[in-house]
Design a protein around this ligand. Sequence first.
Ligand SMILES: NC(=O)c1ccc[n+]([C@@H]2O[C@H](COP(=O)([O-])OP(=O)(O)OC[C@H]3O[C@@H](n4cnc5c(N)ncnc54)[C@H](OP(=O)(O)O)[C@@H]3O)[C@@H](O)[C@H]2O)c1
Length: 267
Amino acid sequence: MPVPSPSATSRAVITGASSGIGMELARALAARGHSLILVARRGDVLEELAAELHRQHGVTVEVRAVDLSEPTSVEVLAAEFAGREISILCNNAGIATFGPVSELDADYERAQVLLNVNAVHDLTLAVLPQMVARRSGGILMVGSTAGNMPIPNNATYAATKAFVNTFSESLRGEVSGQGVHVTLLAPGPVRTQTPSADEASIVDKMVPDFLWHSSAKVAEMSLDALSHNKMRVVPGTLSKAMSVAGGYSPRAVVAPIVGGFYRKLGG
Ligand SMILES: NC(=O)c1ccc[n+]([C@@H]2O[C@H](COP(=O)([O-])OP(=O)(O)OC[C@H]3O[C@@H](n4cnc5c(N)ncnc54)[C@H](OP(=O)(O)O)[C@@H]3O)[C@@H](O)[C@H]2O)c1
């Protein structure tokens, strides 16, 4: 069964919809006729996007300005979603840190785990029973190629994305016979536009332009993969190479090589 068609009562949820891949997922889902619930902390950005998507596509767009690294806020949102008709959940919001864990802000590292892991788990648990009961639903998990391997100097992020990658592909095996699609997006470098020299981050400077994928293209690829219930979508040459390296190379060999590259990003 394909991912549910849009309806007046159902909603597709996108976390982290205020920028990047999440904003493009929202645009692509609205263009496909889905009414939405947009989640992120910056409510003003979400309201602006909601007005744009309603104007362009006539869909209903609700906004939830929520900090998903706050367990009590996630609890409230999860309770709401459990009682709504959620046809699609895009677990996209995520943050990353670079550098040795011992030198990073401990509170931010903890927040990273709460956002990248706990919120993904809680929101999935909230919507899964209704999807299984309806024998219809789609869950897009945004993991990363970083979740395929140990990455010194990106340790918390790599570990959180390992959770997302494994949770997604394990869950898919449980529910694929029950009409629920679960697809993992495991990208490498993705950005919305090429930054100017002034705006370029250390990651922009280190990864050549031809290896970047556009957020809009990644969003379209992901939704197509979700509708076909693909296990994993890996956009781009670098991501595919990282996936192969992470899947087939001994972890003790991969870790120092990748860690050396990420050490430079820690600056
Ligand atoms: N871009 C890449 O190269 C790449 C590669 C591999 C994987 N990924 C994964 O793809 C996903 C999206 O990445 P992106 O680069 O598109 O991200 P981004 O542009 O940095 O956007 C992150 C989104 O998450 C939201 N967010 C951050 N902290 C939050 C919090 N505490 N509560 C609620 N929302 C929060 C942000 O909104 P607010 O600031 O408004 O809260 C924003 O909408 C992430 O899971 C990332 O790990 C990205």
